[in-house]
Design a protein around this ligand. Structure first.
Ligand SMILES: [Mg+2]
Length: 395
């Protein structure tokens, strides 16, 4: 079943679902290495001090899972199953910090990126896979990046042609799994799985399917007359689960609504002061960035250039248009204006006041380009439409 997946054998979109394994517990292991290999669990509790005596398991280590401890389990039950369980209090702000950092890093691997929760994301990577890189290799790169940049987090990745199948696939092998299911492999993969493997088929729906309708597997669901599903669950849900079971779900990967910026950056081959070289690099970044703006159907108002000096200090200069923009030209147009506002060596040499060793400007090692103040094309149209209506009334 598991063949090499490359651009030649693949039809349809390439959708990744990335899930960080035992996220909260793994974060705890990052800051306290002595927890590694031990049975421990992060407990949601309202106790502010002292030893934890009540609450619910949020996440636990794989060693604790072997004893039957599960997320959502009451503490007393978990301790009953695993008496020497190490209990840790949930620290959401610490996990959020790690999550934000990781999500930002892996977003660059996607054409379209959608964070689904603190430890999960969907990525449309259709245009990233080409003749020089297979899906396996690309997925391994993402896994490796997360592991090294986080200090040890493991992920399970599922890849398929739709979000729902990618999600089922990432769930298929844990921890540290990679499951890739092409269009041709979907029926063989899905058919034997139980219906509750579909994210969105909850306890209630599952019970109706299994007990009342005798539909136990996704394969049986796919064989069911869609009308019968509609009668039982209504048109929207009935059609949805039928389509998912047949691998025909076409839900798009959509960036989070609060996505505040898109950016692109690169490390220079040789660190430099040279304005022309820096500009050349920025021009190369415009291509990729503008492609992402267009694919995500965004418009932007603010453009920023970021330079990182060789001592890793970061300097940013930004400027904003009054109106939303979407052309590549409107990024290029402000590039010189923004570059003028950085002190580059050329200018320092020409300026007697600044030309002493204390004020020497360090060369640039990395350049970045960012657009923010984003709006979706559709939102923009809605606003225009509303304004038009308003003017119609004023008239
Ligand atoms: Mg997870």
């Amino acid at each position: 079943m598991f063949i090499k997946h490359n651009v030649k054998t693949w039809t349809g979109k390439v959708i990744f679902h990335v899930d960080i394994n035992s996220f909260y517990s793994s974060c705890e292991e990052i800051r306290n290495k002595s927890l590694k290999g031990k049975r421990h669990a992060v407990i949601m509790t309202n106790q502010t001090s002292g030893t934890i005596t009540k609450g619910v398991v949020a996440t636990c280590s794989y060693e604790a899972k072997k004893f039957g401890v599960r997320s959502g389990m009451p503490l007393y039950k978990a301790v009953e199953l695993c008496p020497d369980l190490i209990l840790l209090k949930v620290d959401k702000s610490y996990y959020t910090q790690i999550s934000e950092r990781i999500m930002k890093i892996i977003a660059d691997f996607a054409d379209i990126f959608e964070q689904a929760s603190i430890d999960e994301a969907y990525m449309d990577c259709t245009n990233k896979i080409n003749s020089s890189i297979s899906i396996e290799e690309y997925a391994q790169q993402i896994k490796k990046t997360i592991k090294t940049k986080s200090g040890g987090l493991l992920t399970s990745i599922g890849v398929s042609t739709s979000k729902s199948i990618a999600k089922i696939a990432s769930d298929f092998q844990k921890p540290d799994g990679l499951t890739i299911i092409s269009n041709e492999e979907i029926p063989e993969f899905l058919d034997p799985l139980e219906v509750e493997r579909v994210s969105g088929i909850g306890t209630k729906t599952q019970k109706i399917l299994k007990e009342k309708m005798k539909i136990k597997t996704i394969g049986q669901l796919a064989q069911t007359d869609v009308q019968i599903l509609i009668e039982n669950f209504g048109k929207k849900i009935g059609t949805w689960m039928w389509r998912v079971s047949r691998g025909e779900d076409s839900e798009q990967v959509i960036p989070r609504e609060d996505h505040i910026s898109l950016s692109n950056e690169t490390t220079l081959n040789t660190f430099t002061h040279n304005r022309e070289e820096i500009k050349k690099c920025l021009n190369e970044l415009v291509d990729e960035l503008h492609k992402r703006i267009t694919m995500n159907k965004y418009q932007f108002r603010t453009i920023a250039i970021k330079l990182m000096r060789t001592d890793f200090r970061i300097e940013t200069r930004e400027t904003s248009y009054t109106n939303y923009q979407k052309s590549r030209k409107s990024i290029e147009f402000v590039m010189d204006f923004l570059l003028d506002r950085f002190i580059l060596e050329d200018e320092v040499l020409n300026s007697p006041d600044l030309n002493n060793s204390n004020n020497r400007t360090l060369p640039v090692r990395k350049v970045g380009l960012k657009v923010s103040n984003l709006i979706r094309d559709q939102e923009f149209k809605d606003i225009q439409a509303r304004q038009k209506t308003l003017l119609d009334y004023i008239d």
